[in-house]
Write a protein that binds this ligand. Structure first.
Ligand code: ADE
Length: 251
């Protein structure tokens, strides 16, 4: 079983989210245990103080080192040494599928949620193994980023998502964006589903979907095409790629 301990000043935010959906089911089936740890439980003063003013001045507050050290040490005693102590921070490395996959193979993870202006750098120096960002924007705390991080890695643990082929087909697993999806009705407010999808012609459907994946990737995320591992592509995808590349040259 994978254990993920999340150190936060808002444990209710973590608990509410991990009780739902695919991650919630993985928890109730015992595939993963996600435990929110209230940082205030690791304080020693009467006011349960977790933050203080920054040395050198400036706006905002900084999370104090003592409660974070006590929390991580208590978790390590209870669970055994963690394989990674991850700090959610906009200063971190941007989360990717490959990183989510690496963390999904670990069995003991600790996630620290930053708040206020930041956390005392001595925590980063002494305890943190990885700093992870969910993108180039700032949210008010590390809780939502931690939930994004946890969701992305938990769904990659074998057996968590019922149909493995659904994970293998993910946009960033093979480096192409996904094709469009449709369900019934065949015509909705005068908009018809593409004919090929209702044709029942499986080879033609797969060819159309491959073309859609390639052209969408080219128009929306051409940066991905440069990094494409062509050996991982299907014959239909390679054909579609060859077509857009040839067309691109002629233009
Ligand atoms: N905390 C605030 N913004 C963040 C971000 N983009 N990623 C991770 N942690 C954060």
């Amino acid at each position: 079983m994978t254990t993920i301990d999340v150190v936060t000043i808002f444990p209710a935010m973590i608990n509410a989210m991990v009780a739902e959906g695919v991650v919630g089911r993985a928890c109730s089936r015992g595939v993963v245990e996600i435990k929110a740890r209230d940082l205030r439980d690791y304080t020693t003063d009467r006011h349960r103080t977790v933050d203080d003013i920054p040395y050198g001045g400036g706006p905002g507050m900084v999370l104090k080192p003592e409660p974070l050290f006590r929390a991580v040490e208590a978790i390590a005693v209870e669970r055994g040494a963690p394989e990674a102590v991850v700090l959610m921070t906009p200063q971190g490395k941007t989360l990717s599928h490959d990183a989510a996959e690496r963390f999904s193979r670990m069995s003991r993870l600790v996630v620290l949620c930053g708040r206020y202006e930041g956390i005392d750098e001595r925590v980063v120096d002494a305890l943190v193994t990885d700093e992870v960002s969910i993108g180039d924007y700032v949210v008010t705390g590390g809780e939502l980023p931690a939930l994004v991080f946890i969701d992305a890695l938990v769904r990659l643990i074998p057996g968590v998502v019922g149909d493995e082929s659904s994970v293998e087909g993910d946009s960033f697993v093979r480096g192409l964006l996904d094709h469009p999806h449709y369900t019934r009705p065949a015509v909705f407010r005068e908009r018809a589903v593409p004919d090929v999808l209702v044709s029942g012609h499986h080879a033609a459907i797969e060819q159309w979907r491959a073309q859609q994946r390639v052209t969408r990737t080219q128009t929306r995320r051409s940066d991905l095409l440069g990094r494409l591992e062509t050996s991982a592509l299907s014959v239909d995808e390679r054909d579609a790629l060859a077509q857009v590349l040839v067309k691109g040259k002629g233009a």
